[in-house]
Design a protein around this ligand. Structure first.
Ligand code: 6PG
Length: 252
């Protein structure tokens, strides 16, 4: 699809974010794929390296498959691109709910991206230990405070993002980059980036697709609901890539 083919049909302005509305899911994911490659090429040009954090759930799988299909055709030194996870479930990597497992079967399926560049959460060690290990790996990788070039985020039906769920402890954490988060409403523990990690990013990109997201998207962007996805305030740029079915109630 030509770059003109992935142009948004509407551009809206929310409080501190640009909202790009694409006519449908395929166009949304094609545009996000181009943004992904654009970011990598620009950052490698500028700094020789690019650090990206991936979101989990079901929405990004289409994006990751598109990227995998196009990665080999792009003139990119993949050894200079490092992938982290914005959150992970407390399951082993081969569990059907594993975000790493979802990425392994999509983004990594063609073997173009070296395994050494994919920094997974060692979730099989239990949430507390896995979070402490990941916090240490993030600090070690950046030689201090993390500053991701691009962080993909999703939006849950309750307004959560990453594994920052309403009413949970992780929302208040400011002295660690990764924590284990008790999520009683899901009867589970998750491992998640904290706001300091997300907000330090050069570019945060929410991906929201489908009519089932329209009510929550309106709550967040129009009604400014005080929910976790609305508390993301990156020092860099914040964009929402949404498709028309998800954006049909947006009257910004
Ligand atoms: C996760 C995600 C989570 C996700 C939202 C949206 O591990 O589930 O990181 O924050 O992005 O729940 O999920 P869907 O894309 O499946 O709607």
């Amino acid at each position: 699809m030509s770059s003109a083919g992935v142009a948004p049909v509407r551009k809206l302005k929310a409080d501190h974010a640009a909202v790009l509305v694409f006519k449908d899911g395929p166009t949304l994911f094609a545009a996000a794929t181009e943004e992904f490659f654009r970011t990598i090429e620009a950052r490698i040009e500028e700094s020789g390296v690019c650090n990206i954090a991936l979101s989990g759930g079901s929405t990004p799988k289409t994006l990751y498959n598109l990227i995998a299909e196009r990665a080999a055709k792009r003139n990119i030194d993949w050894s200079a691109v490092h992938f982290f996870f914005g959150d992970e479930r407390s399951v082993p990597p081969d569990h059907p709910d594993s975000n790493f497992g979802m990425v392994r079967s999509s983004l990594l399926k063609n073997g173009v991206i070296p395994a050494a560049c994919v920094h997974r959460v060692m979730s099989e060690n239990g949430a507390e230990q896995a979070a402490a290990q990941y916090d240490e790996e993030v600090r070690r990788h950046f030689g201090g405070d993390p500053r991701f070039d691009l962080i993909f985020l999703g939006m849950g039906p309750d307004g959560h993002t990453a594994s920052l769920f309403p009413g949970t402890q992780a929302l208040q954490v400011s002295d660690r980059y990764v924590v284990a988060n008790d999520v009683p409403q899901m009867k589970t523990q998750r491992i998640t980036f904290t706001y300091p990690t997300i907000d330090a990013a050069r570019h945060v990109l929410f991906l929201v697709s489908g009519a089932d997201k329209q009510t929550m998207l309106k709550s967040l962007l129009v009604d400014k609901a005080p929910l976790p996805a609305n508390a993301v305030h990156p020092t860099g740029t914040l964009e929402w890539y949404v498709d028309e079915p998800a954006a049909s109630a947006l009257t910004l």
